[in-house]
Design a protein around this ligand. Sequence first.
Ligand code: WTA
Length: 699
Amino acid sequence: QVARTHEPRYDVTALKEELKMHRIQVLSKQFNLDSEAGQQVGVTLFPTAGSQAYDRPPLIKDRSDYERLHKWSIDDPAGFWAEIAKDFFWSKKWDDNHHTYNFDMRKGRIECNWFKGGKTNITYNCLDRWVASGHGNQLCFIWEGNDLGHERVMTYQQVLNDVCRVANWLRAQGVKKGDCVTIYLPMICELPIAMLACARIGAVHSVVFAGFSADALAQRIQDCKSKLLFTSSAVNRGPKRVDLKHIVDDAISIAERNGYKGVKRVLVYEKSALPREQTPWVAGRDVWWRDEIPNRPEFCSPEWMDAEDPLFMLYTSGSTGQPKGVLHTTGGYMVQTGTANKYVFDLRPGDVYWCTADCGWITGHTFLTYGPLLNGASCVLFGSTPAYPDPGRCWNMIEKYKVRVFYTAPTLLRSLMQFGDKWVTAHDRSSLRILGTVGEPINPHAWNWFNEVVGEKRCPIVDTWWQTETGAAMITPLPYAWATKPGSATLPFFGVQPVILNDKGEELQGACEGILAIKKPWPSIMRTVYGDHERFEKTYFSAFKGYYFTGDGCRRDEDGYYWITGRVDDVINVSGHRVGTAEVESALTSHPQCAEAAVIGTPHNIKGEAVYAYVTMLSESDCTPAMKKELVEIVKRQIGSFAIPDCIHWAPGLPKTRSGKIMRRILRKIATGAYDELGDTSTLAEPGVVDTLISMKGK
Ligand code: WTA
């Protein structure tokens, strides 16, 4: 039993004064949604056919309003972001003598200092300030689980209290500022709560998507040397149960076998999918959330963090086999994430906002946890799959919770489109104002369906381009401010200066197509690859000196709109999940009978891209259907189900140049059957492999 806290509770009056001093807007007016309904001043039209007036003046009125601000943000980034940063709470203001912007991409060595000398805590900005300004009863999370009727709501006050309880528990375990904590939880309120609890005390969270396998989890625990892990007993996903605790136990054993024995504590949230008695258990190491958390003190003083102190890391796939721990810091990430969420979704406190991402990916960090909470929104959290138990689930939730902003991935739209419009139109969607997509290029067919069927042509679609590394949306429409075109992310966000380069690294002008790079640093840019700064500089800043290299191809049209054409490196995008082809290849070649593998992405109607693997076995007699199953299993075990190849193509040989480089361009053409577009194959070491590969297709 833990003693009740003696920490002072809030002195609301004093805090309000403090908040005012820091220019936090007085929110009460904005929270009162009723009084807003009558304000129809200055409404701009959503510029597509059949649009209706927006129900309130958008934050950015039109393109010239945007252009003025964008120009300021580029000409004077320090001044611009300093002005924006004043809308956040800092326990100590940044040092005015220091430029808030100090980051030189040309020096070779990357050094960032945004808001240097400033101190803040992001959870204070996400939670305390709303509670302190009288909005503790505002809904923070509206959660719906796997099964119908499984619902829960939490207010800002309740979330703050739970975050504090978990933070106090973490402190009691000896977790300190700078320590890494791994979170492997399904989409329940406790997932963002655990993230925020880490941030409360300055621990660096590393969320691992709960679809990753034990091997992948082990690698991620080991790399950041976590001593502590969050998980749940199990979770139901659609009709299936996933035994998360079991996977965690396996992962810890794998890490131990690899020499990492550091995990001392596992905090387990009990889900009804798997009750206590049936959950595998390691006495002395594992503890239950329900036994440990509820009795902890409900206030925990925030750790005041330096602007450049790490906030979290998130592993993502790159061109090589090892995933990268992308590290984000406190001040810059907070300011840009809050600002992006505010303008991209025209978000105001009290708005019901639903981002369908899982917290295991960057979108779930920026646009489901930190961004919307920084803006006082009421967030829908969804713990199931979109077509379960039927394809009307999402639209039903939009009706039920009167969702205003719906932000999702093209793959979800494509998967629901196939069931027909009736599932959508059966539900009232009149609450919707803004629709958004992220994660992969959206095909015009899906865009049009989103616009016409879901949004009834009244809601602008913000197609947001960004990356784990960029922290927040980089190229994106601002709703109601300018016309959109299906498939284009349109224009750069404030502070973002994209350029299109040719392969010599020269900037192209006007309408053009090439490689997307970014010219100036922005506050939420990642600061390093955890434990490997050299890799950070090599991956992002060495390809084209003086630019951040995105890895994406891009086209710019006559209106200056940007169109992302997809990755130019060896990363593929499967259902909006980033998969490194090298990771899949290394899983396949770990099979003792496998000699070599080459993985590419092929177009897929629903997933966007599918994993397509060319595999060379040691012996031809191994090329059997049973072996294909084994190879699929190995990918599932080492990475996770989402990375499983849709097709395994036996390859007696691979098309290689004389220097041994695999020509993936040719592999892509063979996979899609575009045999007359193979191009010049004379440079291959063995041109004959092409015909052999074609003859092996479908075998
Ligand atoms: C792709 C997800 C086209 C792109 C936030 C990028 C997109 C990669 C879009 C990053 C978009 C993301 N249109 N492509 N709107 N958004 N991408 O790190 O290839 O999981 O480089 O971050 O997704 O994926 P990540």
